[in-house]
Design a protein. Structure first.
Length: 264
């Protein structure tokens, strides 16, 4: 009896990302290919400046790709209108939005914008989805608080709640654990892991927390100057892919403990 093929939520084939400056392509990363299944948590890792944020912004349709193809639900990205894209993909970026004067409830409710009428009025269904998003992220007790009153960890959970309220099959997060201590970094990543498993959403996030990502992710995308690798953490470790991330004379990856250590 063969296993049932999973649904491919997001795919990239021989993708080159970067920027156009005076109509000339400035390549940041190239030859990127992967297929992300629904219900999986996928970590995107690599050193600073390697192109993680550029890749996420390109996948999200925020900047044009240079070469290759991106498919959402097995349809080319460029075939989606802005509204269709907002119904399929939600994004949580590292930039602090000009929304900290909003209450938590107001900010999370913004996730329903793609579905509301021209007045932006929330239906009972919208309100129910917002409530479920708050409950899923344990932020319902914060709903009346202003966002500027929250800690970094609380605010990050609220942003995730907003993405959940948008109710898209794919959620993309750029560095969701930035500025958090170890406990809150682990807490956010465990939350994402549980959400992917329970909601069957595909969650792709970039991170510098490679040790934690190896423990919690279903798949990983590893960007290096030489190439891009995509597989399960176990197979990536076996193939020695994490050894290529940092200078070997300074940082060592131990495949047994799955941790990086600084050499003496």
């Amino acid at each position: 009896m063969t296993s049932e093929r999973k649904h491919i939520a997001l795919g990239a084939k021989e993708l080159t990302v970067g920027y156009f400056r005076k109509k000339k392509a400035d390549v940041v990363a190239s030859n990127i290919s992967f297929l992300l299944d629904e219900g999986e948590l996928i970590a995107l890792v690599g050193t600073n400046g390697i192109g993680k944020s550029t890749l996420l912004r390109t996948i999200s349709g925020m900047q044009p790709l240079i070469e290759g193809a991106i498919q959402l639900n097995e349809k080319d990205l460029h075939s989606y209108t802005a509204l269709q894209l907002a119904n399929y993909l939600s994004v949580v970026l590292t930039e602090t939005p000009a929304s900290k004067n909003l209450t938590v409830l107001e900010l999370v409710s913004l996730g329903r914008q793609p579905y509301t009428n021209w007045m932006g009025s929330l239906s009972e269904t919208d309100k129910k989805i917002v409530t479920l998003a708050l409950e899923a992220t344990n932020t319902e007790d914060l709903s009346d608080n202003k966002c500027f009153e929250l800690s970094d960890g609380q605010l990050q959970r609220v942003y995730i709640a907003r993405a959940l309220a948008q109710d898209t099959p794919i959620i993309i997060l750029d560095e969701p654990t930035t500025h958090l201590d170890l406990f809150h970094r682990a807490s956010i990543l465990k939350l994402l892991k549980n959400l992917a498993a329970k909601t069957k959403k595909t969650i792709l996030f970039s991170t510098h927390e490679i040790d934690l990502a190896i423990q919690l992710s279903d798949k990983m995308i590893v960007l290096t100057p030489e190439s891009t690798y995509f597989d399960t953490p176990k197979k990536l470790i076996k193939a020695g892919r994490f050894d290529a991330l940092f200078p070997k004379e300074m940082i060592h990856f131990d495949p047994e403990t799955r941790r990086f250590t600084i050499k003496d």
